[in-house]
Ligand binder design. Structure first.
Ligand SMILES: C[S@@+](CC[C@H](N)C(=O)[O-])C[C@H]1O[C@@H](n2cnc3c(N)ncnc32)[C@H](O)[C@@H]1O
Length: 367
């Protein structure tokens, strides 16, 4: 089979979806290749001009993409999410044990025998990292993201990577603290070979009621609202969630247009958006994409578009995470400009989002 891969890429993105991480990479000027098997996500990627290896991540290996310096991955989360069947959460101990076995080059398959395929996929990025290391071409930086329930797996992966000379940090980040007009929590892992890994520092305050502020929080910007992200939608409006709150499925959560959106999931179009005159409609795909910080003209294609949108990491958060993995901090003004610029203009050769080395990297370079 002939493959039409770009001449040069610096990042391989496993489970690349419609491109949350790859949009961030494009804005940062990092050429990326995504590995993805879903026809619909691939259609969106093609329309967006994102390079794609169509296929199963398990059928590929780092040696096919030598020269890539960054490994990124957002494995599927269905079995780990609160909304999912919970198989992944129940199998966490086995997944963690298998990760340790992989590090020792011992049998992981036997440990995972009773674990379903989708749950196992969370260990694919570790397989890639170990194979690249053992072949003498370790990735310089690794970025992984998943739902919060996967944090124990990322902690184990961090231990394994530290043993092969990576600096690693992992933790839970809140999207609204990075200027995303939406509350969503993600378990993020950042690993670096030639520098100290650290999670990006929040740029915005958390959206929390009844929680005392932390030191330094007052200096941060206020979280972004749905109205700021959707200036063309008449306000005020109220979003009535398709999920119940406080354990009562009938008690639907509500957010007003001067607040961030609920987590954008694959069911986002089931939320009702109510206006003060009694009207109600649904978010359009471009609007749901904008709440995820995709440009408003992002060319969503194929079927199951709401699911594609809900699957993605918000590109705005991904910019901060990728920049941290490269030892850099993000210039917020240029990030604001990149998000509001038409995606069709984002082909620019030079990065749209400007970055500078982190204080730590500057000190390291000076010493
Ligand atoms: C959580 S989404 C990742 C979203 C992506 N990080 C983004 O920001 O757009 C997981 C993706 O993995 C894909 N996927 C699941 N299993 C796969 C496999 N074995 N090989 C390739 N892709 C797979 C799914 O189709 C889905 O698009």
């Amino acid at each position: 089979m002939t493959r039409d891969l770009p001449a040069k890429f610096e990042m391989v993105d496993l489970f690349a979806g419609p491109g949350g991480l790859d949009v961030a990479a494009r804005w940062l000027g990092v050429p990326a290749l995504g590995v993805e098997w879903d026809q619909n996500a691939c259609e969106t990627r093609d329309e967006a001009g994102l390079a794609t290896e169509r296929g199963d991540v398990r059928d590929h290996a780092p040696k096919e993409y030598s020269g890539a310096k960054i490994l990124a991955g957002g494995p599927p989360c269905q079995t780990y999410t609160v909304a999912g069947n919970g198989d992944g959460r129940r199998a966490l101990n086995l997944v963690v044990k298998a990760a340790h076995n992989m590090a020792l080059d011992e049998d992981a398959e036997g440990v995972l025998m009773t674990v379903d395929d989708r749950t196992r996929l969370v260990l694919e990025p570790l397989r890639w990292a170990l194979e690249a290391y053992r072949s003498g071409e370790p990735y310089e930086a690794i970025v992984l993201e998943q739902v919060p329930a996967v944090l124990p797996v990322w902690q184990t992966v961090s231990q394994v990577l530290r043993d092969i000379d990576y600096s690693c940090e992992c933790g839970i980040l809140r999207t609204e603290q990075f200027g995303v007009p939406q509350t969503r929590r993600r378990a993020i892992l950042i690993a670096r070979r030639n520098g100290n890994a650290s999670l990006p520092r929040p740029t915005h305050r958390p959206f929390r009621r009844d929680v005392p502020r932390e030191n330094g929080e007052a200096a941060l910007k206020r979280w972004r609202t749905m109205h700021e992200a959707l200036p063309d939608r008449p306000e005020p409006f109220t979003v009535v969630s398709n999920y119940g709150t406080g354990g009562d499925p009938k008690k639907r959560g509500r957010r007003t247009s001067d607040q961030p959106a609920f987590t954008v999931t694959g069911k986002v179009t089931r939320n009702r958006v109510k206006t003060t005159d009694g009207g109600a409609d649904r978010f359009s795909f471009p609007e749901a994409g904008a709440l995820q910080t995709f440009p408003s003209d992002y060319p969503w294609s194929g079927r199951d578009i709401a699911q594609q949108i809900g699957n993605a990491i918000p590109p705005r958060l991904a910019v901060h995470v990728l920049a941290s993995a490269l030892g850099r901090t993000v210039d917020e003004d240029s990030l604001d400009a990149a998000i509001t610029r038409p995606w069709s203009d984002a082909e620019a050769e030079s990065p749209l989002v400007h970055t500078t080395p982190t204080e730590q990297d500057q000190e390291q370079a000076a010493s």
